[in-house]
Ligand binder design. Structure first.
Ligand SMILES: NC(=[NH2+])NCCC[C@H](N)C(=O)O
Length: 267
């Protein structure tokens, strides 16, 4: 049975109102089956960079320990900022040797501390999954680039452009084919797949509670259908929903329909 691990980590976000991610995690948790849901306690303090180029590193490391203690097979992780996926993969039962990653996010998250405009670890999260960037946070071993399928990526920093070469990229219009994601993952040869969804991958008309909305995103319907099709062909190792940062409780209610549809596709 699927377990939900709610990780209200905000310290990896570049947003000025990053703590709205706590409200987002709490709103989602309230709609999950209680017996299958664990809400983790993440540090309340912002934390220190400890001389690295990653803001709030000390708190990110602490959350990582808490996630490692709680991880089990068939876990759906609910963020929090999108770097919670790095913590989950670092502690994934069975390791990551046979894993492909589907990274659904408007942003590339391919910065390192050297290229990051913000110092926010969420903007470095996919790069850390590849095993690169700040060594205290990077996966070891990393996931090879040819095992990564990026969906809906459309808001890149200049230094990220060269870095996304080598990833398979699926645009919003590519999702018109319900098999596009499944075909790309099967082509990697991986035995299992982790699906990461930062909800800012959705078009802003579908969901408003994100801190850095980008136009021309994917529809909830197309993404859900693509994930369901993927799961018919490749076993799911786990999944993440992250980046939900509603401005008010009423806004959160407006967005819950789209969120629950995505959760239904991955859980
Ligand atoms: N998944 C996200 N919301 N990422 C935000 C990244 C923003 C920007 N590219 C940075 O590195 O700071």
């Amino acid at each position: 049975m699927v377990r939900f691990l709610v990780v209200p980590q905000w310290q990896g976000s570049p947003a000025t109102r990053a703590m709205l991610l706590i409200d987002g995690a709490t709103a989602i948790a309230g709609d999950l089956p209680r017996a299958a849901t664990t809400v983790l306690e993440v540090p309340v303090e912002a934390g220190e960079s400890l001389g690295t180029g990653v803001r709030r590193l000390s708190s990110l490391l602490r959350t990582r320990e808490v996630v490692a203690e709680a991880m089990s097979a068939d876990t759906v992780v609910i963020g929090g900022d999108c770097s919670v996926t790095v913590a989950a993969l670092a502690a994934l039962p069975g390791g990551t040797d046979d894993l492909a990653i589907v990274w659904c996010d408007a942003h590339a998250d391919m910065n390192t501390p050297e290229t990051s405009p913000s110092g926010a670890f969420s903007g470095m999260a996919l790069r850390a999954v590849l095993g690169e960037g700040e060594p205290q946070l990077a996966l070891s071993p990393g996931i090879p680039r040819d095992r990564v399928v990026a969906v809906g990526m459309r808001n890149l920093d200049d230094d990220e452009v060269s870095q996304v070469e080598g990833l398979t990229s699926i645009s919003a219009s590519d999702l018109d084919s319900v098999d596009a994601v499944a075909d790309a993952v099967v082509a990697t040869g991986a035995g299992r797949v982790w699906v990461h969804i930062d909800v800012d991958v959705l078009d802003p008309s579908e969901l408003s509670g994100v801190s850095d909305a980008a136009p021309f995103g994917v529809t909830t319907a197309a993404l859900s259908a693509a994930i369901r099709r993927l799961r018919e062909r490749v076993p799911l190792a786990g999944a993440t929903i992250s980046g939900f940062a509603p401005r008010t409780p009423a806004d959160a209610v407006d967005d819950l329909g789209a969120l629950l549809r995505l959760i239904g596709a991955i859980a």
